[in-house]
Ligand binder design. Structure first.
Ligand SMILES: [Zn+2]
Length: 207
């Protein structure tokens, strides 16, 4: 169950911000799940812009239902950038959950990060789809005697309920329709299909 933090006016402002940097793409997209969609969140169109990242992190942190956060942890790569910025604004330590080996679903906390027993840790990530990367991050943190305040993501675009065993909040919820290829209205119209991460780069603005 995801709680959405932004009120209607803030949500509108955030959607405009994402639109302005070219992070909300409209088209005909092949998702990692194999389904087709008419919208795609190109998170790095936002993560390339430190000022805008600063602003969305401020909006997120100002609405968190948790206090006394003592460290912020995020998964590579987008979550790492957000963990750094959130930790900077809070004046606490950031740590990064990296893949143990390339392609592995096991993550580890490296680079000298250490957690005091009982430390209150916030986990952050960019876009929630199935919750895979935050679940892996929580698993990596499970070996430390810390307290997880909760998980906070910028955008919830999940289509199935996500349960993590800890509180989960999203700054913004985006309802993005997706279809099986056989039911896709865009396929029926003959709109060319784009696999994000390849030709999406050409469709984004803000260079
Ligand atoms: Zn399609």
């Amino acid at each position: 169950m995801v709680s959405v933090l932004a009120d209607e006016a803030t949500a509108k402002k955030l959607v405009n911000l994402l639109d302005d940097v070219g992070a909300l793409l409209h088209g005909h997209f092949l998702l990692a799940s194999g389904r087709h969609s008419d919208r795609y969140v190109e998170k790095f169109a936002l993560l390339r812009w430190p000022r805008q990242v600063e602003e969305v992190c401020r909006e997120l942190l100002s609405r968190l239902p948790w206090s006394t956060i003592e460290a912020v942890v995020g998964p590579t790569t987008g979550g790492l950038l957000l963990a750094f910025e959130c930790a900077r604004q809070l004046g606490v330590q950031a740590a990064y959950a990296e893949r143990e080996t390339e392609g592995s679903t096991r993550r580890v906390i490296r680079r000298g990060a250490c957690f005091r027993p009982g430390m209150r840790v916030l986990v952050v990530d960019d876009v929630l789809t199935t919750g895979g990367s935050v679940r892996e991050t929580l698993r990596a943190l499970a070996e430390y005697p810390i307290e997880i305040c909760g998980v906070a993501v910028l955008v919830d675009r999940s289509t199935e309920p996500v349960e993590l065993g800890v509180p989960l909040v999203a700054l913004l919820r985006l309802e993005i329709a997706s279809w099986l290829p056989s039911d896709c209205p865009l396929c029926k119209e003959g709109v060319p299909l784009v696999k994000p991460g390849t030709t999406v780069r050409e469709a984004t603005q803000g260079c």
